[in-house]
Design a protein around this ligand. Structure first.
Ligand code: ATP
Length: 362
């Protein structure tokens, strides 16, 4: 039995269908990421689970028990929202300690937990400050520490790292994940940041327009996106429009994507000889200065191209390489080539995605 389940949740605000028949379940100790663009219904979904918003339809269950109408404080859930409401008249230490003392926890246990939680968010040194003496990001971390210290059965997090700088955010991601695993807390984590969702989640539910469009492990979502929206939202991708011309066997197909330009691609689903979109991630394309030899022609595409744009990203270069009239591919590579260089692109067919153009689904 899943630990936490959302069943067919619906929430309307006037004409806006904020949450449109959302269902998912979370296993005990699992971290589920709710990922999607602004306005897709993530926060509303989380608020329904927390008991802060009443759904028009659907149920929320914990260990099979219907808690849809239970008040928030009876749900045993910890929450960290974007607007981290700290108690202004209490120090950092007391903000974290207060919920523990309110539960009647012995003083030494309170002390141990507060210290541990504040160390995780790197704020133990600031324990005697008041909220108004902290930056927005520091306040956010106190709110996170306060929720973690309680060690609730379920923790609901809504963009809890959104006010932090890039470096701290990455460190906290790691620590948060470690702690959640260590404590075995069941968690639902709302974010619009795909890197954060990939790093933190055991599974990700991708939302669009109030609906869940795909649920899967980070690897499944990234490598086998269900449709063009997910593929585009969860990372960079080239889309090439074309038509399947030939079936090459073992799932490989030949797609005509331009004048005399063909791409070998891989698709698990059998498609008709229909209009499709072939997706290729920039990082899966290899660049070579000379024509590669000994390639497996049936599984690899080799294109000749010219670098038309180049951007330095630090660890890699982001190239635009024109491979034919009207077809330019984005490629990320470590090698340094000048604009105007003639290159060879190696595109592994099994790293492509074939999307049915009519339905938008892979
Ligand atoms: P963000 O990432 O920007 O926080 P989100 O995915 O969390 O977005 P929600 O906050 O759940 O999205 O909002 C979903 C939709 O419902 C939006 O169109 C929003 O404008 C609308 N909405 C949310 N709360 C209310 C409300 N209290 N009254 C009216 N409309 C609302």
């Amino acid at each position: 039995m899943p630990y936490l389940s959302a069943e067919n949740l619906v929430k309307r605000y006037g004409k806006v269908l904020a949450v449109d028949h959302v269902s998912f379940s979370v296993e005990r100790g699992e971290m589920l990421g709710l990922l999607g663009p602004s306005g897709c219904g993530k926060t509303t979904t989380l608020r329904i689970i927390a008991g802060l918003t009443v759904p028009d339809e659907g149920r929320v269950l914990v260990e099979g028990e219907d808690i849809t109408n239970a008040p928030p404080e009876k749900r045993g859930m910890g929450m960290v929202f974007q607007n981290y409401a700290l108690w202004p008249h209490m120090t950092v230490y007391d903000n974290v300690a207060f919920p523990l003392r309110a539960r009647g926890m012995p003083a030494d246990e309170v002390q141990r937990r507060v210290k541990e939680a504040l160390e995780i968010v790197r704020l133990y040194e600031l324990k005697d400050r008041y909220p108004h003496q902290l930056s927005g990001g520091q306040q956010q971390r106190v709110a996170l520490a306060r929720a973690l210290a309680v060690q609730p059965r379920v923790i609901l997090l809504d963009e809890p790292l959104s006010n932090l700088d890039a470096k701290l955010r990455e460190e906290m991601r790691f620590e948060l994940k470690e702690l959640q695993r260590k404590l075995g807390v069941t968690a639902v984590y709302v974010t619009h940041d795909q890197a954060e969702a990939l790093a933190l989640s055991d599974r990700i539910a991708v939302m669009k327009d109030g609906r869940i469009v795909q649920i899967g492990t980070p690897r499944e979502i990234y490598e086998e996106p269900a449709n063009a929206f997910v593929a585009d939202f969860i990372g960079k991708i080239n889309f090439l429009e074309g038509r399947i011309e030939e079936f090459l066997g073992e799932g490989y197909v030949l797609v005509r994507v331009g004048d005399g330009l063909y791409v070998k691609a891989y698709t698990k689903r059998v498609h008709e000889k229909a209009p499709v979109i072939v997706g290729v991630r920039p990082g899966y394309i290899e660049l070579r200065g000379t024509r590669p030899e000994k390639v497996d022609e049936s599984r690899v595409n080799v294109f000749e191209g010219v670098v038309v744009r180049k951007t330095y990203l630090g660890d890699v270069y982001d190239y635009r390489v024109r491979v034919s009239e009207g077809v330019t591919l984005r490629v990320e590579a470590r090698e340094n080539y000048d604009v105007g260089s003639k290159l060879y692109l190696v595109v592994p067919a099994d790293r492509t995605l074939v999307i049915d153009k009519k339905t938008g689904w892979a």
